[in-house]
Structures are given as C-alpha cells and as structure tokens.
Design a protein around this ligand. Structure first.
Ligand code: NAP
Length: 239
C-alpha cells in the first residue's frame, strides 16, 4: 500500500497500457520495450510442466513468474485476445498448481536454471516469498529471448513521496540504504533494465477481498493524518 501519491501517477503509468493487460505498448517510466501481442489457443498439459529444452515454444507463448492474482488475470486476457499460445506459470510452491492447471496455465516450480527461452516473460512475483528475489528475477530475465517483452511489475514504493504531494514518473526515488524494501525493488528494476526489459511501478492493487482497504478496515484505528491520500488501483483495470 502506498500513501501520499496522487492519482496522476496512475493516470500516467496506466495510460501507456496496451489493451493487453499489463504489457505496455510503450512505457515511459524507466525503459521501453515495444510489444505487440498475438496468440491464439491454449495448450495445457495434464501433468506438471517439465521445462525440457526440447519443448517447442511458440512466438507468442508467455511465461508468468508468479501467477498469483495479477498473473492469472494476465493469463486470462492473454488467452482471450490470442489463441494458439501456451501459457506457463512458475511458482514458489506447488500449493496452487492444480488451480493453475484448471485455468489453463502450465505450472512448474521456479526453475534452477534457464532451460527455455520465451518471447514474453512477465515477472509478477512479490518479494516476500523468496530468499533470493534478485536471483529469481535474473533467472526469469534469462528466460526471455529478447523478442516480445520482458516486464517486471514493481511497486510505487521506491518513489520518495510521502508528504501528500504530487508524485509522478520523474519524482525522486528513496536513496539506497534507507529501506531494505525499496533497495530490493530498485535493484530488481535495474536488473530488468539491464536485460532490456521494462518496469511497471504499480501502486495499491486491490480487489473486493484483498488490498489496502481490507488491511485498514481490519486495523480499525489508523495512525496517520486523516487527509492522507491513498492510491488504489483495481487488479482488473484495463485502459
Ligand atoms: N498487491 C499490491 O498492492 C501490489 C502493489 C505494488 C506492486 N505489486 C506487485 O504486483 C505483482 C503481483 O502481485 P499479486 O498481488 O498478484 O501477487 P500474489 O497474488 O501474492 O502472487 C503471488 C504468486 O507469486 C508466486 N511466487 C512468489 N514468489 C515467487 C518466486 N520467487 N518465484 C516464482 N513465483 C513466486 C506465488 O507462488 P505460490 O503459488 O507458490 O504461492 C504466487 O503464485 C507483484 O510483483 C507485486 O510485487 C503489488
């Protein structure tokens, strides 16, 4: 949850979304990788996906590292717009593999080496489930073949804006060393840009039962200024 960032941040960031959820046709935040999306029909194996280098990867196949709420929406929209593609999902555990298979995502545990290359890779795993988030990200980035797009869903947390003032893409970021949380995100963004990918800073994702509102409602009394601006954006927003 981010406080003190006014809505123009969202307007600016999400303005660049293509109709395909999340992969920006043009993203000015940090770097740009053009992308256009095509694909058509989904192939899903009934068994756990084995990332064998011999597997044929199509030109519109998608690897989602972290197919949680956002990643599953991306998969859904991907299939709606394009058919014929395969959608793969790497997770931290096998806890949700059955669900993923049921919704058409080929699940696997995060790989220990990049044995396959994909034209489209989205890394939308949050940092809190990994002891080596940057290593995981590097591995995901090395699974990108450099064609379609590599996208990292970062957070607006690195923006050094907490005074209820205006925050925009060029606002200063939190200096390195002030917060481990922002340090890891800034390092992650740098890695993705070095690979030639794109970074999207998201802020306050929510749906009916998950998000900042749920946290604050449960908390009851909030130790913050009453007029503090809280930015939220629905997981399913499409512009
Ligand atoms: N929620 C927000 O308000 C917010 C704000 C700003 C940015 N973001 C970013 O938006 C993205 C999507 O968030 P979300 O709310 O959709 O996440 P989520 O629902 O919590 O998704 C978590 C998914 O990521 C997998 N995962 C976690 N760590 C992994 C790792 N190291 N390698 C591979 N898979 C991993 C989990 O695997 P299992 O199935 O094994 O659990 C699960 O499938 C994240 O990058 C997050 O940092 C979120």
């Amino acid at each position: 949850m981010e406080l003190g960032i006014r809505s123009p941040v969202h307007a600016t960031l999400f303005h660049h979304f293509s109709n395909s959820l999340l992969f920006p046709a043009r993203l000015t935040l940090l770097n740009t990788t053009s992308s256009s999306f095509m694909a058509t029909h989904l192939h899903v194996s009934s068994e756990e996906f084995d990332p064998s280098p011999s597997l044929a990867i199509g030109q519109h196949d998608l690897l989602i590292v972290g197919p949680g709420i956002l990643g599953r929406l991306v998969a859904h929209n991907w299939r709606q717009e394009y058919s014929g593609c395969q959608v793969f999902g790497q997770t931290a555990t096998t806890n949700h593999h059955r669900e993923l298979t049921e919704i058409g995502i080929n699940p696997s545990l995060k790989w220990t080496k990049a044995s396959l290359k994909f034209p489209y890779v989205i890394f939308c795993a949050p940092p809190y489930q990994s002891s080596d988030y940057l290593g995981d990200l590097r591995l995901a980035a090395s699974c990108w073949n450099g064609e379609g797009a590599l996208l990292f869903t970062s957070s607006s947390a690195p923006y050094d804006c907490n005074d209820n003032g205006l925050c925009h893409e060029d606002s200063p970021v939190v200096p390195t060393g002030r917060s481990p949380r922002t340090d890891v995100l800034l390092k992650a963004e740098k890695i993705v840009l070095e690979f030639g990918g794109s970074v999207l800073r998201l802020s306050g994702l929510y749906k009916v039962d998950k998000g900042a509102h749920a946290y604050w409602l449960e908390k009851g009394i909030v130790e913050s200024r009453p007029d503090h601006i809280l930015n939220l954006i629905h997981y399913e927003v499409r512009i």
